[in-house]
Design a protein around this ligand. Structure first.
Ligand code: PRP
Length: 188
């Protein structure tokens, strides 16, 4: 761990096991994604839709690496517990603020895991007649899919590990860590 990282994350020493992605690696990937999205959407009416709460950190960085006029919106979904994780039923807790018609929607996620959230959201956003719907996820864990979704823009492909930081929580905390880590074994 660098001195800078130690200074920024010393408060979390108790939980940090292995750093999987450093802040520099994440920022580099965010820049690359922003560049590609800038190229792909240069002539399109772009709306970024972040899924609360995990995607908030990624959205804040990514939107500043997309050099185009764009809009942002937020949606919050919640599962019905065990039933949802197996059935794919997701409940909207907070809906989008505006219609998506005539917009090219790019959903911003921190992680696609089982794929259930993305499969559900894609369906409900498509039903609202946008010009297009795609997803950009910082992390993709294809090994844990329960439904066969694809991710259009991926920062990093990870194996099936429980990771925390840069928006991803552990018991609702540690989203503000600037890097992504696996917690110490005894903390899980
Ligand atoms: C996480 C993540 C995605 C979803 C992905 O959200 O932010 O939205 O799970 O999982 P899936 O592919 O298995 O559906 P979570 O429910 O943990 O809420 P949070 O973003 O508020 O932490």
């Amino acid at each position: 761990m660098t001195a800078e990282l130690r200074e920024r994350s010393g408060w979390a020493d108790e939980i940090v096991g292995e750093v999987v992605l450093t802040s520099d690696e994440i920022q580099e990937a965010v820049k690359k994604l922003g560049k590609k999205i800038t190229e792909d959407y240069h002539d399109k009416n772009l709306l970024l839709v972040a899924i609360l709460r995990g995607a908030s950190v990624f959205l804040a960085d990514l939107m500043r690496e997309i050099h185009l006029p764009l809009e942002i919106d937020f949606i919050s979904v919640s599962s019905y517990g065990h039933l949802t994780k197996s059935s794919g039923v997701v409940r909207i807790m907070k809906d989008l603020a505006a219609p998506v018609e005539s917009k090219h929607v790019l959903v911003v996620e921190d992680v696609v895991d089982t794929g259930l959230t993305w499969a559900y959201l894609k369906q409900i956003i498509e039903a609202r007649n946008p010009e297009s719907v795609k997803i950009c996820s910082l992390l993709d864990k294809p090994e844990t899919r329960k439904v066969p979704v694809t991710v259009d823009y991926v920062g990093f492909t990870l194996e099936n590990k429980f990771v925390v930081g840069y928006g991803l929580d552990w018991k609702d905390q540690y989203r503000n860590l600037p890097f992504i880590m696996v917690p110490k074994k005894h903390m899980k």
